[in-house]
Design a protein around this ligand. Structure first.
Ligand code: FAD
Length: 713
C-alpha cells in the first residue's frame, strides 16, 4: 500500500478544461470536497497514502468533473463557445472592478437593449436573484452575465447555473431508422448543466430555449438546420451532409442505430412546464391537447388512457415511438373513413424562426387559419416545431375485434357473386377504423377493423392496458427476432415457400377476437401493435382518392373501387417475391392541408407494400429490385385508378415513405399550385417576422426540398 504512488490532484489540467474564473470557483468547491475526503480518511486512521480503493473513489469523484472528456458520446465535442470571444469579453471588462462598470452600463440601459437582448428582466439580475437567467440564451454569442466577468467567482454560483451551462458541438453521421438515409459530418449540440452539487452533466436539447440557442448559433455559422424525432421517415427530408441536426428526443439512443429498443423507450416523463419539449397540457373544456414537439405517441396514449380526461385523439399512426413534431411535419394519418390527417386537426403550431425567435400559427397573422393549412404540414420549412395543439374528440371505447378472414371473403374481388361477402365488406368499410393486412402467401387476411361504443355491455370489463405489459414484451421480442430474418431473406428470398412460411408464421401471431372482443380505450386500439420498431422494413405507400370531394357518388362506389385496387395489388404482390412482408390497406377521409396527399378527396385509400429488402447501406446484400417493385406497384395503382374513373395523377405517395417519383413527378402529382400556395403562406409568415421566405429556406431546407419548392438557398 505504502508503495503506491500518492494521488495527484491535477488541478491545472482540470482548470484548462473548465472555464476560467467559473472553473476556478467550481474547482475550489471540488478541492474542498476532496480535502474533506482526505481529512476524513486521515481521521479514520488511514495514512497519507491512499489505498487502491480510496484512489478509485477519488478518481470517481474527479471523473464527474472530467465528464467532458470521459463521456463516450461526446468524444468529438468542440466548444461551441468561441474562446476568443470570451477572452475579448474578459479583456474589455476588467475582472478587478467586480462587474461595477458592467452593472452601471446595464442599469443605465434598463433592460433588453444591451448585449443580452433575449433577457427581459435585467433588473432582477442586478438585484442578484438571477431568476430570469433560466431562459438566458445569450451564452452562445455575447454573454453578459456577471459571473463571466468575474464578479461572481466567489459566490455559490447556484443562482447562475444556466449561464455556465453552455452548448457544445459534436459531429456525427446520421442514419434514419429504415437505413435509407445516411448523411455525414452533421453537427449536434449538447448542453451542459450543473446539478445542485455543481457537478456538470450533458444533455441534448430539451427545451424551446435550447432549440432557440441552437438556431441562433447555426444562423451565426450560416449552417442549415433539420430536425429529427424517432427517425422513422424513409424519404429525403432529413438533412444533407454538414447540416445541424436537432434531435427532438433527449435520449442519446435516438442517435444510435439500435435494432432493439426496450419496452419503455422512448417513454419519457411528461412535463407541465411550457417550453419543455416533453410538455403536455389538456384543456378539458374544449378538448385541445397541447404537446411539445418531442412528445411521443406513447406519452400521449398513456396520458389519455390513464388521466381523467374525457377526450381522445381521433386517429394516429400505429407506431408509439414517433414524435408529435415528426408526425405533424410529415402529414401522417391513421384510419377510418371519416378521419383526415393529424395535421388537419392541428389548431395551432409553435415554431422557432431563423432568428431563433418563437412564433405561432395562426397566432395574430392575417389569414392565420389559411396559413395553418400549410404550417401544419410543413416538413420543417416553417422552422422547428416546438409545440402544437390538436383538437381531440370525445372519449369512446373501442370494441376491438380483429379477425382472420379468408382472402376472397375479406375483400371480395370484382366479379364476386356472394352478396353476403360484399355486404359484410361494405360494413367493414363503414366502421370507425378499417384496416386490412395480407402476408403474401397466406390464404387469409387479417381484418383489423372495429367500431366504438360509449357503454360497456353487461358482464364486460374495460381493458385499460391493451396490449398489456406481457403482450407488449412478447411483441417486442418477436418482432425483433422476425427482423433478423433479413439476412436469411437475402439467401432464401427467391423461394416462394420461404415467403409463405414466414407469412403463415406472422398470421399465426396475429390475434383473432371476433368472438370475444376486447373493450379498451380507442387510444389503445389505434396503437394495437408494439415492437414494430424492432423490425426494420422498407415501405412505399400511396394515397388514392376513392371519391373526390364534392362528388355525389354513393359510398358503395368507393368500396367497390377498393375491391378493384386490392385485387390488383394482391395479384401483383403474389408475383413479386421482393415484396416479402405485407400488403396493407386502410380507409380514411380527405384533407384540407395544402400539401397533403389526401387533399381533394372525400374518401382515400391508403395502400402500401412492405419489404425486408436490404437498403443501399447494406452494401453486402444490396440489390436494386425493391426499387423496381415500388415503381411497378405505383404504375399498377395508376392503371387501376384510370380503369375505375379516378385521375391517375391524383395517386400520390406518402411524404414520409419511399417513392421512386422524381422531383418533377412529385410536383406534378401534388400540383404546382399547391407548392405556390405553400410558398405564399411562408412568405406571409416571413414578412411578419421581418424576414423573407428565402431566409427560411436558407436555414431550414435541404437540397431535395429546395428542388421541390423551386427555392434557391
Ligand atoms: C414502422 C412504421 C410505421 C409507420 N406507420 C405509419 C402510419 O400508420 N401512418 C403514417 O402516416 N405514417 C406512418 N409511419 C411514418 C411515420 O409516422 C413518419 O415517418 C413520422 O414522420 C415519423 O416521426 P418521427 O418522430 O420518427 O419523425 P422523423 O422521421 O424523425 O422526422 C421526419 C421529418 O419531420 C421533420 N421534423 C421532425 N420533427 C420536427 C420538428 N420538431 N420540427 C420541424 N420538423 C420536424 C424533419 O424534417 C424530418 O425530416 C410509419 C413509419 C414506420 C417506420
Amino acid at each position: 500500500m505504502a508503495n503506491e504512488p500518492k494521488y495527484v490532484f491535477d488541478k491545472k489540467k482540470i482548470d484548462d478544461e473548465l472555464l476560467g474564473n467559473i472553473g476556478n470557483a467550481i474547482m475550489k468547491e471540488q478541492e474542498q470536497e476532496l480535502n474533506l475526503f482526505r481529512a476524513g480518511l486521515e481521521a479514520d486512521g488511514a495514512d497519507d497514502d491512499f489505498s487502491a480503493q480510496d484512489k478509485r473513489e477519488l478518481e470517481q469523484l474527479l471523473s464527474l468533473v472530467h465528464k467532458l472528456e470521459k463521456d463516450v458520446m461526446i468524444q468529438r465535442v468542440t466548444f461551441a463557445m468561441n474562446e476568443n470571444d470570451r477572452q475579448k469579453r474578459l479583456a474589455t471588462s476588467s475582472a478587478t472592478d467586480k462587474g461595477e462598470s458592467f452593472k452601471k452600463t446595464v442599469a443605465s440601459q434598463e433592460c433588453g437593449t444591451g448585449c443580452c437582448s433575449c433577457c427581459k428582466c435585467f433588473s432582477c439580475c442586478l438585484k442578484n436573484c438571477f431568476r430570469c437567467f433560466d431562459s438566458c440564451l445569450s451564452i452562445l454569442s455575447t454573454c453578459c452575465c456577471m459571473c463571466l466577468i468575474g464578479s461572481c467567482s466567489d459566490s455559490c454560483l447556484k443562482c447562475c447555473k444556466c449561464c455556465i451551462s453552455y452548448p457544445v458541438k459534436y459531429q456525427f453521421d446520421f442514419y434514419n431508422w429504415g437505413g435509407t438515409i445516411n448523411t455525414k459530418n452533421n453537427e449536434g449540440y449538447f448542453f451542459s448543466v450543473f446539478d445542485d452539487d455543481m457537478l456538470k452533466w450533458y444533455h441534448p436539447a430539451t427545451t424551446r430555449d435550447d432549440i432557440r440557442s441552437i438556431v441562433k448559433q447555426a444562423t451565426q455559422d450560416n449552417k442549415r438546420i433539420r430536425c429529427f424525432g424517432s427517425r422513422h421517415s424513409w424519404s429525403k427530408f432529413f438533412g444533407d451532409d454538414n447540416t445541424v441536426l436537432i434531435s427532438m428526443l433527449p435520449l442519446i439512443p435516438a442517435l444510435l442505430n439500435f435494432d432493439f429498443l426496450p419496452e419503455k423507450y422512448p417513454d419519457l416523463e411528461l412535463s407541465q412546464k411550457d417550453g419543455d419539449l416533453n410538455y403536455l397540457s389538456m384543456y378539458e373544456k374544449s378538448g385541445i391537447l397541447t404537446v411539445g414537439g418531442g412528445v411521443t405517441n406513447e406519452m400521449i396514449r398513456k396520458y389519455l388512457v390513464n388521466s381523467n380526461s374525457n377526450w381522445q385523439i381521433p386517429m394516429n399512426v400505429i407506431l408509439v415511438e414517433v414524435t408529435a413534431g415528426g408526425v405533424l411535419s410529415m402529414i401522417c394519418h391513421g384510419a377510418g373513413k371519416e378521419n383526415p390527417t393529424i395535421s388537419d386537426i392541428a389548431t395551432s403550431v409553435e415554431f422557432v424562426d431563423p432568428k431563433g425567435e418563437v412564433y405561432e400559427v395562426p397566432g395574430t397573422l392575417p389569414n392565420g387559419q389559411e396559413i395553418l393549412k400549410s404550417a401544419s404540414g410543413a416538413f420543417g420549412l416553417f422552422g422547428v416545431v416546438t409545440k402544437l395543439s390538436l383538437q381531440l374528440e370525445k372519449k369512446a371505447i373501442a370494441v376491438y375485434a380483429p379477425a382472420k378472414v379468408p382472402l376472397d371473403k375479406a375483400i371480395p374481388p370484382p366479379g364476386s357473386t356472394s352478396v353476403d361477402d360484399i355486404k359484410a365488406f361494405y360494413n367493414t368499410c363503414e366502421m370507425t377504423y378499417s384496416e386490412f393486412f395480407w402476408f403474401p402467401g397466406s390464404d387469409q387476411v387479417w381484418v383489423n377493423s372495429w367500431n366504438t361504443t360509449n357503454q360497456l355491455p353487461d358482464g364486460k370489463k374495460l381493458t385499460l392496458e391493451y396490449p398489456d405489459e406481457k403482450q407488449t414484451w412478447v411483441q417486442e421480442v418477436r418482432n425483433y427476432l422476425f427482423g433478423q430474418f433479413r439476412w436469411m431473406n437475402s439467401q432464401l428470398g427467391r423461394y416462394s415457400w420461404w415467403r409463405t412460411l414466414r407469412s403463415n408464421l406472422a398470421m399465426l401471431w396475429m390475434p383473432d377476437y371476433s368472438n370475444d372482443p376486447v373493450y379498451t380505450p380507442k387510444q389503445n386500439a389505434i396503437h394495437f401493435g408494439r415492437g414494430i420498431h424492432n423490425m426494420k422494413v422498407r415501405d412505399t405507400e400511396m394515397e388514392i382518392p376513392l371519391i373526390l370531394e364534392g362528388s355525389n357518388e354513393e359510398d358503395y362506389v368507393a368500396w367497390d373501387r377498393v375491391r378493384a385496387f386490392w385485387s390488383a395489388a394482391v395479384e401483383y404482390v403474389r408475383n413479386d417475391l421482393n415484396v416479402d412482408l405485407t400488403l396493407e390497406m386502410r380507409l380514411m377521409g380527405g384533407s384540407e392541408v395544402t400539401l397533403s396527399p389526401q387533399k381533394g378527396n372525400k374518401y382515400t385509400l391508403s395502400i402500401e407494400i412492405l419489404s425486408m429488402a436490404p437498403t443501399s447501406l447494406n452494401e453486402d446484400t444490396w440489390n436494386p429490385k425493391w426499387q423496381v417493385s415500388m415503381q411497378g406497384f405505383y404504375n399498377l395503382m395508376c392503371t387501376v385508378a384510370e380503369q375505375v374513373g379516378i385521375p391517375p395523377l391524383m395517386v400520390r405517395p406518402h411524404w414520409a415513405k419511399e417513392t421512386t417519383l422524381s422531383v418533377k413527378e412529385l410536383r406534378q402529382v401534388f400540383e404546382p399550385q399547391n407548392f405556390s400556395i405553400f410558398n405564399s403562406h411562408l412568405s406571409t409568415v416571413a414578412q411578419s417576422r421581418g424576414l423573407t421566405r428565402k431566409d427560411f429556406f436558407q436555414r431550414f431546407s435541404n437540397k431535395h426540398l429546395d428542388a421541390l419548392f423551386r427555392a434557391s438557398p
